[in-house]
Write a protein that binds this ligand. Structure first.
Ligand code: SAM
Length: 269
């Protein structure tokens, strides 16, 4: 899999040389190149921005350096005939990045990231790029960053770790938060008793069935408290009786395969 990142601050992406992503690059599991947008400017000041048409605060990134850079990357794309590479444009106005999108993007052959700065990139670049790319504006969350680089660091890490071989034990990807629509259960390590706090007894029992049941219950409890929106999105039709009982205890009724807060269920007259 290949990643290309375009930025006016290429050095911002240096952490991608480190840890599991850095190791995966060394091992050839993924290729990653960072490009300086300013190398596609022609003036002495290497200008990449200008004032916005229509007025307003801030500056807008000029179209031409982006077109030059993206055309060069598309021309060298490893994507085979007929298909297009995907251009991710980090933006607080994009679809929100999540684990499902990370899985979807990890199946692609070539991802290109266009890091915006200032008030963003001239909108015509996104329209123009659609000829060569599948263009996806993607947001890290509902807040505003100064630039796309931090969002790219997060996305490359989340996507990259799903590439086979990047994470040593593939089992750890299965049991994580968001893998099954729930948050992960709490985890503990040695010593079993620490500053007067004991690890839950069942985790020391060696009984794998009981441990799995206990952990699922904790997943449901933690998710209900911290992310009730995730509980509402669950397909609970195939849940075990025990899991449905936990949901009931947490205040949910099962209606048409969905967990619905009991106080929101209106009784017929
Ligand atoms: N004026 C833009 C708006 O209100 O939608 C925000 C521009 S922001 C200051 C500059 C750049 O930071 C954006 O072009 C984008 O690349 C990046 N950025 C900011 N917030 C982001 C977020 N939540 N997710 C992804 N990228 C973000």
């Amino acid at each position: 899999m290949r990643f290309d990142v375009v930025s006016i601050f290429p050095e911002y992406l240096a952490p991608l040389d480190l840890s599991l992503i850095g190791k995966a690059r060394t091992q050839g599991l993924l290729e990653l190149a960072v490009h300086d947008l300013r190398s596609h400017t022609v003036d002495r000041h290497r200008t990449v921005d200008d004032t916005p048409y229509g007025g307003g605060a801030g500056m807008v990134m000029k179209a031409e350096p982006w077109a030059q850079s993206l055309a060069q990357i598309a021309a060298a794309s490893p994507v085979s005939d007929g298909a297009k590479p995907t251009l991710i444009v980090p933006s607080p106005a994009g679809e929100v990045f999540n684990q499902q999108l990370a899985y979807e993007l990890a199946a692609e052959e070539h991802l290109v990231f266009a890091c915006g700065r200032y008030e963003g990139i001239d909108e015509r670049v996104l329209e123009w790029a659609a000829e060569e790319y599948n263009v996806r504006p993607v947001s890290l969350g509902d807040y505003v960053l100064n630039g796309g680089e931090v969002a790219v660091l997060a996305m490359v890490e989340a996507i990259g770790r799903l590439i086979p071989g990047v994470v040593g034990n593939p089992e750890s990807l299965v049991e994580e938060s968001h893998a099954d629509g729930l948050l992960e259960y709490p985890v503990y390590t040695k010593p079993s008793s620490w500053r007067g706090r004991d690890v839950p007894e069942v985790l020391l029992s060696g009984n794998h069935g009981k441990i799995a049941k206990f952990r699922k219950e904790l997943q449901l409890r933690r998710t209900a408290v911290r992310r009730p929106d995730l509980i509402a999105a669950l397909d609970v039709a195939a849940f075990s009786k025990a899991d449905k009982n936990v949901l009931w205890e947490l205040g949910y009724a099962i209606v048409n395969g969905r967990a619905v807060q009991r106080d929101a269920v209106v009784e017929p007259d």
